[in-house]
Design a protein around this ligand. Structure first.
Ligand code: CP3
Length: 350
């Protein structure tokens, strides 16, 4: 049906064009809720070995596409490969999440190694090239990176944290070094995303998972501004490649975020009212979202009617159906199948 890349349903919707039904994919569509993921994960050894071995990363990227035939595949990697590439090694501990040796001073920022980010991440580009060969021709390929603020929270806290207190004090209190850390992350992320697009990514998404932790002045400076710089630089090199932003928890600030960063699409979290997004965001760009991932654990009519409500409220477009955050490991795969069938049923030719 779709002969060339520009006709992919996902890319059409991202460009703001009319589509026969909402395209869809799910954040964290590859992962532990799938038995076949757990099998490859075990074979790979560590989580980073999985990210850095193209054969395994290609396989786990394709697994959900085989089952559910989403309109887009997202590169399998992690936002924390960037600190890893900067010489701040990341370990993923079972049940604990990522652990890093914290960067908390201007001197520690100076010690980061900015000289080999793209070289260190070469296996990721190999994965993207392999995916372009193997993906069905109507499935788009999404690259991604963490936004500087969110990646910085992990670098400064040394892992996940409930309140990002140390990062916020450094960012908002004006002690030297934090602006340099953000500059390093902007430059590294630009280089990383440009290389992803060179290797075949057809769009890139910036995950700002913790942007909602920032007060207004901090949001402008540490979320909007670095994102705007990344979008500008990526578009200078690749003017045709759309960029999607996900400032999770941004609330009413989603509007400023879209206007000031220049993103082509915005992913909304589940706390955003679809009707509000239809009125305030869809006139500005494509909206992606926003089923609460817990509905995928619940399943049944509760899940399907909530999804239907989102599809109809955002249905005038441009809309890409997604979740408001990632699939959780407790999700029964058959619920993902039922949701995907509902969306596929939006058109006769699937
Ligand atoms: O399918 C996909 O969405 C692509 C792959 C992907 C992963 N992480 C794989 C992963 C993507 C896009 C991410 C993004 C990511 N990573 C974010 C932003 C999105 C979000 O969820 O907020 C963040 C904050 C991270 C950092 C991260 N990675 C954490 C906090 C954890 C531990 C928590 C957890 O879920 O285990 C990870 C590990 C991780 N990244 C896993 C996967 C599949 C689980 C690792 C495992 O197999 O044990």
């Amino acid at each position: 049906m779709q002969a060339n890349g520009t006709e992919k349903r996902f890319l059409k919707a991202l460009a703001g064009r009319k589509v026969d039904r909402a395209p869809f994919w799910y954040m964290r569509q590859a992962g532990r809720y799938l038995a076949e993921y757990r099998a490859v994960r075990e074979q790979a050894g560590g989580f980073l070995d999985l990210c850095y071995t193209p054969e395994f990363a290609i396989e786990v990227t394709l697994q959900p596409i085989r089952r559910y035939r989403m309109d887009a595949a997202i590169l399998f990697a992690d936002i924390l490969v960037v600190p890893d590439a900067l010489g701040q090694p990341v370990a993923y501990k079972e049940g604990e999440g990522p652990v890093l040796e914290p960067v908390r001073t201007a001197d520690a920022v100076k010690d980061l190694n900015t000289s080999n980010v793209v070289g260190h991440l070469a296996p990721v580009f190999e994965t993207l090239r392999g995916l372009r060969r193997e993906l069905p021709e109507d499935v788009a390929l999404i690259g991604f990176a963490g936004a500087p603020w969110t990646v910085a929270t992990y670098m400064v806290e040394g892992g996940g944290s409930p309140d990002h207190a140390l990062t916020k004090r450094w960012a908002l209190g004006g002690e030297p070094g934090f602006d340099t850390l953000i500059d390093v992350l902007v430059d590294s992320t630009v280089a990383y995303l440009k290389a992803q697009i060179d290797a075949g990514a057809e769009t890139v998404q910036l995950f700002d998972t913790w942007s909602g932790a920032l007060p207004e002045s901090g949001f402008d400076r540490w979320c909007i501004e670095p994102t705007r710089r990344i979008v500008d630089a990526v578009k200078q090199a690749h003017p045709e490649t759309p960029v999607i932003g996900f400032p999770r928890g941004a609330g009413a600030k989603y509007v400023d975020y879209v206007k000031q960063t220049g993103v082509d699409g915005v992913s909304i979290d589940s706390s955003v009212s679809p009707a509000w997004a239809a009125a305030n965001l869809q006139p500005l760009c494509t909206v992606q979202g926003n089923l609460d991932p817990q509905f995928l654990v619940i399943g049944g009519d509760a899940m399907l009617s909530e999804a239907q409500r989102i599809l109809s409220t955002l249905g005038n477009g441009p809309h890409i159906f997604n979740l408001g955050h990632g699939i959780v490991p407790q999700t029964p795969p058959e619920h993902v199948a039922a949701l995907s069938e509902l969306i596929h049923a939006g058109t006769a030719d699937d």
